[in-house]
Design a protein around this ligand. Structure first.
Ligand code: COI
Length: 355
C-alpha cells in the first residue's frame, strides 16, 4: 500500500515530560485516513495533519451506530526501539468486528502498515515516563448520507494517536467496582464480542450511577440469568480462587481482550491452573466469605493490569485482600509491561518493532 504523507506545517508543542497525560485528552500532529466505496474498495490511504473531518449530518454513523474501533499501544524501549504489543490480535479482532456489523474488512498487512507508518511519523510523541505509552485508536465510520437502515456503501478508516498515562486515576492502586444488577451490557448473539460503540453507550447509565456512589467501573452480569460474571466494559476480569486463576469464558457476549489472552498464556506458562468458565456472583461472594478469594484484577489495553480492591453487589460490599495489589496481579503487571517495553522476552511474535 502506498501511503501519501502530508506533514503539518504547524506542529503542536509536545506535552511537558512531567505532564500527567490524562488518558485520551491529548492528540498528536497527524492522523491516518483511508476511504472505502463499494466497487472501488479501500483506497486513498494518507497521513495528514490531525484535525477536523467533514461529514454530512445524514452520515449513517450518526444515526445507527455503524462504527467500530480498536485500541493498542506503542512503547519506547530503553534502547530507543518503538514496540507494538500483539498488533496482529487487534487487527484480527477488528476484522471480526467488521464482519459482525457489515463493515468491509481491511487487509491485515495494510492495517499493520497504516499503524506502523502513523506511529513512525509521530514517534516524537511517544512518552517515556514509567506507566505511559502512545495509545493508538483505529476506527471506522459509515459515511453514506442516508437515513434508511442498511449497511453503508462508503466508510472512513481513521487512526489517531494519544500519549497516555494510566486509564484509571488510581494508577496501580486497586479500583472499586460496582456489580450491575439492573441494566445489562450484551447478550449472546448480540454485539457484545464486537468492539463497537453500541456496547459502550449501553454502559453509560450504570457508569454514572456507579460513579455517583464512588465506584470507578461497572462489572456486568450475563443478560439472561443475571447471575454470571461477564466483563467490566473497559476490561476483562480475573479472579484467583484457591490457587486457581478463573476468568469468565468467551461466551459470545464478552470482548475477547488481547491482554486477557496474554494473561491466560502467562499464567499457564507459570504453572497456574487456569479455568475459563462460568462464574456466578454467588460463587464469588462465597469464596470471599470462606477466605478462598485471593485476588481480583482487570485486564485491558488501556487498563493494562488493574487490581480490584472492592466489589459491590446489591447491598454487600466485598473488600479483596487489604485493598492492596496482590502478588500475582503485580507479577502480571510487571511481566506484561516488561514485555511491552522490550525488557523481558515474551513469547514469539508478541512485540513488533516500528522502524
Ligand atoms: C482499550 O482498552 O483499548 C479500550 O478500548 C477500552 C476503552 C474503554 C478505553
Amino acid at each position: 500500500m502506498n501511503i501519501r504523507i502530508e506533514k503539518t506545517t504547524n506542529p503542536k508543542p509536545l506535552p511537558d515530560k512531567d505532564d500527567p497525560l490524562v488518558f485520551g485528552t491529548i492528540f498528536t500532529d497527524h492522523m491516518f485516513i483511508m476511504n472505502y466505496e463499494t466497487g472501488k474498495g479501500w483506497h486513498d490511504p494518507r497521513i495528514v495533519p490531525y484535525g477536523e473531518i467533514s461529514l454530512e449530518p445524514s452520515a449513517m454513523v450518526f444515526h445507527y451506530g455503524q462504527e467500530m474501533f480498536e485500541g493498542l499501544k506503542a512503547y519506547k524501549a530503553d534502547d530507543g526501539r518503538i514496540l507494538l504489543f500483539r498488533p496482529d490480535k487487534n487487527i484480527e479482532r477488528a476484522n471480526n468486528t467488521n464482519r459482525r456489523i457489515c463493515i468491509p474488512e481491511i487487509d491485515p498487512d495494510d492495517f499493520l502498515q497504516a499503524i506502523q507508518e502513523i506511529v513512525s511519523v509521530d514517534r516524537a510523541w511517544i512518552p517515556e515516563k514509567p506507566g505511559t505509552s502512545l495509545y493508538i485508536r483505529p476506527f471506522i465510520i459509515a459515511t453514506d448520507p442516508f437515513l434508511g437502515v442498511r449497511p453503508s456503501d462508503t466508510y472512513m478508516f481513521i487512526i489517531i494517536l494519544s500519549p497516555v498515562g494510566p486509564y484509571y486515576p488510581e494508577g496501580l492502586d486497586p479500583v472499586k467496582i460496582w456489580i450491575e444488577d439492573e441494566y445489562v451490557r450484551a447478550v449472546k448473539g448480540g454485539i457484545g464480542e464486537a468492539k463497537t460503540g453500541g456496547n459502550y453507550v449501553a454502559s453509560l447509565a450504570s457508569q454514572v450511577k456507579a460513579h455517583d456512589e464512588g465506584y470507578s467501573q461497572v462489572l456486568w452480569l450475563d443478560g439472561v440469568e443475571r447471575k454470571y460474571i461477564e466483563e467490566v466494559g473497559a476490561m476483562n476480569i480475573f479472579f484467583k480462587i484457591s490457587g486457581k486463576v478463573v476468568t469468565p469464558m468467551l461466551n459470545g457476549s464478552i470482548l475477547p481482550g488481547v491482554t486477557r489472552n496474554s494473561c491466560i498464556a502467562l499464567c499457564k506458562e507459570w504453572g497456574y491452573p487456569v479455568e475459563e468458565r462460568r462464574i456466578s456472583v454467588q460463587e464469588l461472594f462465597e469464596a470471599a466469605e470462606n477466605g478462598t478469594l485471593e485476588e481480583c484484577w482487570g485486564t485491558g489495553t488501556a487498563a493494562v493490569i488493574s487490581p480490584v480492591g472492592h466489589l459491590r453487589w446489591e447491598e454487600k460490599v466485598l473488600q479483596i485482600r487489604d485493598g492492596g495489589i496482590g502478588p500475582l496481579s503485580q507479577k502480571l503487571y510487571d511481566t506484561v509491561t516488561g514485555i511491552q517495553l522490550g525488557r523481558i522476552e515474551g513469547p514469539e511474535g508478541w512485540v513488533v518493532e516500528v522502524k
